[in-house]
Structure formats: C-alpha cells, structure tokens
Design a protein around this ligand. Sequence first.
Ligand SMILES: [Ca+2]
Length: 357
Amino acid sequence: MCTQLMWLRGKQPNRYSPSARISPRNSPTSEQPPAQPSAEGVVAVKMHTENECVPLPPKEETEPSEKSKVLQEQNGSGKLGQLFFKLRYKKEKSILIVSVLKCRNLPAKDASTGNCDPYIKLQLLPDKQHKVKTRVLRKTRNPIYDEDFTFYGINTNQLQSITLHFAVLSFDRYSRDDIIGEVFAPLSSIDLAHLENQQISLCRDIQPRSMKIRSQGRGELLVSLCWQPAANRITVVVLKARNLPKMDVTGLADPYVKMYLLYNGQRVAKKKTHVKKRTLNPVFNESFVFEIPNGADSLANISLEFLLLDWDRVTKNEVIGRLELGGAKNTGPALHHWNEVCNSPRRQIAEWHKLRE
Ligand SMILES: [Ca+2]
C-alpha cells in the first residue's frame, strides 16, 4: 500500500523533526485538496510509495573532507549524470504537478564504496517558499524516486515566470550532506501549450555548483595585519568582503572567514569569524591575535591562509575563495602587502585582495 506524506506550505520541512511530517497509513493515492493553505494559498502535497529515512540528530560543521574533494574532481569533469522528471499543469485546479522520476549515472560519493545515498530537493523560484524533497535512497547511483509533488495555487500567468530548481544531494550520516549538483529548469523554456492536462517528460544534465562560483568570480577580502616583534605576535583584523558570488538560491550567501597561521608550511593555529547571514558584502570587523611559534625567525617562515566560506544549514559549508599572505609562493598584491607588514612593525596595514580558487 501507499504511504502518503503531506507538507504544508509555510513550514519548512525539517529533516530532524519527525513531527514536521504527517504520514497517515493506507490513505488514498488520488490528489488531495490542501488541508490548510498558507497566506499565499499554496500547498504542496507529496505522494510516494516507499518508507522515509529515519530522522537523525543535527550535524556538526565539518572541514572539507577527502570525500568532498572526490566530488569536486568529478564536478570538474562535468559528468554528474542526468535528472528525469515530468510536468503536468491543471488549469481548472491551478495545480502544477512535478514528478521526480529518477537520476542516472550519478557520481560515486566516495571511491571506497562507489555509491551514494542521493535525494533531491525541489523549489519553485523566484518564490523560494515552495520547497519539497524526495526520500533518501541508499547506496545507488541510479535512484528511482517516482514521487509526485503537487503545487497548488499556480495560475496560468504565473507559469512563465517559474523556474524549477532541483538540487541533487547525497545524504551523509556523520556530516553535512554533499551537493552533487543542480538543475535549473525555467518553465519559460518549455512549450507550455503542451503542459495543460498532459504530461511532459524531461531530462536534464546535472550541473556542478562550482560552475556557479566560477562564472560569478570569488569576490574580494579586506584584511589588516600588524606585526609586533617584541610580543612575538601578529594581529589580524578581518574587516569586510565584497562582490561575493551568489551561493544560495535566495541569491545571497552566509559568509564567514576561517584563517590559519602557517609555520614552515604547516597549519599551527586556527581562528574564524562569525557567520554573516544573507549578504554578499559582509562587514566582519573582527580582530584576532596569533602567537608566532618560538624558534620562528621573524616572519620569514610564517604565512597566513584565509578561507572564505558559505555557511549552510543542511549541506557542507562550501569554500568560496582563498587568500594566502606570506610564504614562498606569494606574488603581486599579496606579496606587496606582506612585505609592508614585515617592514613596518607595530603598524596596522589594510589591503583588499582578490580571492582565488
Ligand atoms: Ca548559505
């Protein structure tokens, strides 16, 4: 028999809270009317035929792992598989039905198992309120979902402006989920005359997230350094960043800066700023003091590494860009800034730097 799940609009589905989902057993499989429409009058009802994954405890923030490196390499090759879905629009009921059918040839999440645990999040853009997701399927690179998502209150004249955004993720029990890739399907690119009362089957290549960053640039970071030889320490003020790429479907990002002090090329100390939510031009104004290790000869074997990351509630925090000051490979503005700091002890010296890959 079929299990039916209903997600009411206005409530973001919460994977950690069993109470966020209602799953009556043996309920009819036909379309259900919205139980309690939200202010926008739009309700999504989800129907599928298999069991849900068990809710899990919240996840800790994690460092980019070997596993995510594997994913990134696969992203680089552009072979992330395909997503198959169907669309139907019922004018008289003002409902849009998106059927998530399957994926084919997803990349392996890690080399050791050769598999992944994929699921798909779907939202309607530009109104990101309409958010649903499929169940997680375990250990497969060719998942078959066959899940219907019905969006209520969609008028004919709205259709043209809607873009379906599918994010393909791989579930991870121990850390945040990996993003395999995403598909943007603007309904304006689809022959809507055929959409009414008739299903359209579609297939799209899954695109890497990294393309998004590359096409937008990585932004710039303003940092100020001060070397105090007598105290044997260096003060770092992370002031602000600007022109960051749009990392989230909201068109914004949640940036924070992680920094390391390196001695002879080894990371010996770590600090980070607070997360600035929903901004592409964050102001941090946070100051950090790094002790220079005993035995270091002035700043000769010292360098600083900055990582600008996008915080995310569900998925792994992604690195937007990097900056290194000091060290043998330093060139251009980074080298100039570092030399000034070395040559002018006890002075705070601030400079903008372009972030790189
Ligand atoms: Ca984010």
